[in-house]
Write a protein that binds this ligand. Structure first.
Ligand code: PRT
Length: 109
């Protein structure tokens, strides 16, 4: 099976940490550091919320899909900046799978 797009992105995002900031968008974000990346995550989260409200009114989800991709992408850059990748997040979702949200919340420390 072809490697997932998330796994492929992990490799590219990690490699960009050693690249010149002038050479790529991700390299420039890594160079600017965590605060700039967090600013982008916050910005994309707000844009996603606004797109969801627009989609509710218009019935057209295309902008919502586009903005959610921006949000996921910048979240992956955030994880990469901190030495993580997408896999532990998928593992955490898998761990929760089938567990009632109410039970999971009650089990949190
Ligand atoms: N998936 C993405 C991706 N999604 C969104 N973006 C960029 O994220 C930015 C978000 O849009 P904004 O309007 O907020 O950006 P902006 O105005 O340029 O940002 P600011 O100057 O305001 O901070 C745009 O520049 C998009 O091009 C992405 N840039 C890169 N990728 C992937 O990352 C790989 C590496 O990218 P480079 O490092 O640029 O080669 C690419 O091959 C793609 O696979």
């Amino acid at each position: 099976m072809a490697e997932s797009i998330l796994a492929q992105l992990d490799v590219v995002l990690a490699a960009r940490k050693d690249a010149s900031p002038d050479s790529s968008y991700v390299a420039s974000l890594h160079h600017k550091g965590l605060n700039k990346i967090l600013e982008k995550v916050g910005e994309e989260a707000i844009e996603t919320v606004l797109a969801a409200k627009d989609a509710e009114i218009s019935g057209d989800n295309s902008k919502l899909i586009y903005e959610t991709a921006d949000l996921w992408f910048h979240s992956l850059v955030m994880l990469s900046q901190l030495g993580e990748n997408h896999q532990p997040v998928l593992d955490e979702l898998a761990r929760r799978f089938g567990l009632s949200g109410l039970d999971e919340k009650a089990a949190r420390k």
